[in-house]
Design a protein around this ligand. Sequence first.
Ligand SMILES: *[C@@H]1O[C@H](CO)[C@@H](O)[C@H](O)[C@H]1NC(C)=O
Ligand SMILES: *[C@@H]1O[C@H](CO)[C@@H](O)[C@H](O)[C@H]1NC(C)=O
Ligand SMILES: *[C@@H]1O[C@H](CO)[C@@H](O)[C@H](O)[C@H]1NC(C)=O
Ligand SMILES: *[C@@H]1O[C@H](CO)[C@@H](O)[C@H](O)[C@H]1NC(C)=O
Ligand SMILES: *[C@@H]1O[C@H](CO)[C@@H](O)[C@H](O)[C@H]1NC(C)=O
Ligand SMILES: *[C@@H]1O[C@H](CO)[C@@H](O)[C@H](O)[C@H]1NC(C)=O
Ligand SMILES: *[C@@H]1O[C@H](CO)[C@@H](O)[C@H](O)[C@H]1NC(C)=O
Ligand SMILES: *[C@@H]1O[C@H](CO)[C@@H](O)[C@H](O)[C@H]1NC(C)=O
Ligand SMILES: *[C@@H]1O[C@H](CO)[C@@H](O)[C@H](O)[C@H]1NC(C)=O
Ligand SMILES: *[C@@H]1O[C@H](CO)[C@@H](O)[C@H](O)[C@H]1NC(C)=O
Ligand SMILES: *[C@@H]1O[C@H](CO)[C@@H](O)[C@H](O)[C@H]1NC(C)=O
Length: 351
Amino acid sequence: MAKNNPLIVIITVFLVLSLMLSLVKAAATNVTTDQHALLALKDRIKYDPTNLLDKNWSTSTSICTWIGVTCGVHHHRVTILNISYFGLAGTLPPQLGNLSFLQVLAIGNNSFSGSLPDELFFLRNLSSLRVVDLSYNQLSGTIPSSIFQISSLERLDLTSNMFNGQIPSTISKCQQLQMLSLAYNNFTGYIPKEIGNLTMLKELYLGINELQGEIPHELGNLAKLEILTLASNTLTGTIPSTIFNLSSLRSMGFTNNSLTGNLPPEMCQYIPALQRLTMSLNQFTGRIPVNLWRCRNLQIVSLSYNQFEGSIPRDIGNLTSVNQLFLGFNNLKGTVQAFLSNINLFALFIA
Ligand SMILES: *[C@@H]1O[C@H](CO)[C@@H](O)[C@H](O)[C@H]1NC(C)=O
Ligand SMILES: *[C@@H]1O[C@H](CO)[C@@H](O)[C@H](O)[C@H]1NC(C)=O
Ligand SMILES: *[C@@H]1O[C@H](CO)[C@@H](O)[C@H](O)[C@H]1NC(C)=O
Ligand SMILES: *[C@@H]1O[C@H](CO)[C@@H](O)[C@H](O)[C@H]1NC(C)=O
Ligand SMILES: *[C@@H]1O[C@H](CO)[C@@H](O)[C@H](O)[C@H]1NC(C)=O
Ligand SMILES: *[C@@H]1O[C@H](CO)[C@@H](O)[C@H](O)[C@H]1NC(C)=O
Ligand SMILES: *[C@@H]1O[C@H](CO)[C@@H](O)[C@H](O)[C@H]1NC(C)=O
Ligand SMILES: *[C@@H]1O[C@H](CO)[C@@H](O)[C@H](O)[C@H]1NC(C)=O
Ligand SMILES: *[C@@H]1O[C@H](CO)[C@@H](O)[C@H](O)[C@H]1NC(C)=O
Ligand SMILES: *[C@@H]1O[C@H](CO)[C@@H](O)[C@H](O)[C@H]1NC(C)=O
Ligand SMILES: *[C@@H]1O[C@H](CO)[C@@H](O)[C@H](O)[C@H]1NC(C)=O
């Protein structure tokens, strides 16, 4: 037997700790705790158009048969709570924080309002919570900092609510995050450079907020990033050149900010997968990159309402996947005939 092999020691310590943590969790709470938590939620529902919970969430049946609830096969504790699209209105009770085996919390596309109770995420650092989807509700207030203690979190979707305050730099503790959407809220302040430490991130949506300042160049560390949207904020400065090296990028959205600077002449060399490039309503200058044709998968190109100058690169016509091309309200000159014959446009706006 490998004597004092450090790897084996580490693995053993890890296993023992995991076991202890799950025993602690199991001892502190049981299935009755989960039932209390769900009933507390039911109690907070002020509007339930089809009386769904009223009829279905009955104490005469096991919570594991309740609609929207999924339990673990062995421990019969709630692992998934998904009541998305139920048309419910109400608030979230702190007791939901007691669902200590929860992996997925999805309440999207309802009308939940009020702020998030601190307790909701309090003990989650001991937990396996992977998905939090609160999108398309009317939740408000700041996001509790306890959410950023959840190292297991993979998706955090807060799209379209009324959250405000700053994006905390402690977000970098959520090292497993693959999708982060804070879009369509009222977040203010700067984009924390610590987001650049979330190296698993594939999708980052921060559009339609009140974010200001420059785009941190640390975002160029997000090697797996496929979607980056920062539209409709009040961002200033240039797009960090490191971002044009993120070879997985499929969508870049910067529309409606106060961004300046040029597009790198060789920009399509390192981002060949790009499908959407939307940069309208900024103060970009310089020429449209002549090698844009190298981004063979481009479908939407929106550069209007900037100060781009020079001629429209002829080889844009070789981008046969483009179906929307917005170039109007710039200082471009020259003819467009050269490429119109090739391109299969759904919409062309060259004012
Ligand atoms: C859950 O634990 C409480 C005490 O904390 C106990 O009264 C209750 O009977 C337990 N319920 C089950 C189903 O084990
Ligand atoms: C609640 O809904 C689930 C899923 O639709 C169903 O299987 C279950 O029988 C319902 N329970 C009651 C008490 O209506
Ligand atoms: C929740 O349920 C909806 C509707 O059934 C589904 O579209 C969605 O993917 C589910 N969400 C999660 C996080 O599983
Ligand atoms: C559940 O949560 C509430 C509120 O956060 C708390 O008062 C209660 O002690 C918790 N524990 C159990 C076992 O219900
Ligand atoms: C969710 O609700 C929003 C706002 O009501 C709506 O725009 C969106 O299409 C809905 N999502 C889905 C998948 O239906
Ligand atoms: C879990 O988080 C709470 C508060 O957020 C903190 O007090 C506690 O020390 C954390 N525990 C671990 C094991 O990280
Ligand atoms: C943002 O806050 C303003 C008031 O400060 C409010 O009128 C507006 O509805 C909020 N927008 C969102 C998307 O929450
Ligand atoms: C975050 O990334 C920076 C480099 O951009 C590095 O210096 C720092 O140590 C990282 N911090 C954490 C907590 O990983
Ligand atoms: C641009 O963003 C501002 C807020 O920064 C917003 O009020 C305005 O409606 C947006 N314009 C467009 C065309 O989206
Ligand atoms: C982008 O990548 C290329 C090739 O790996 C490298 O030569 C260049 O310096 C990089 N640019 C930036 C801004 O990181
Ligand atoms: C674009 O297509 C034309 C013919 O339509 C061809 O002459 C030209 O070399 C192509 N350019 C590139 C960069 O592929």
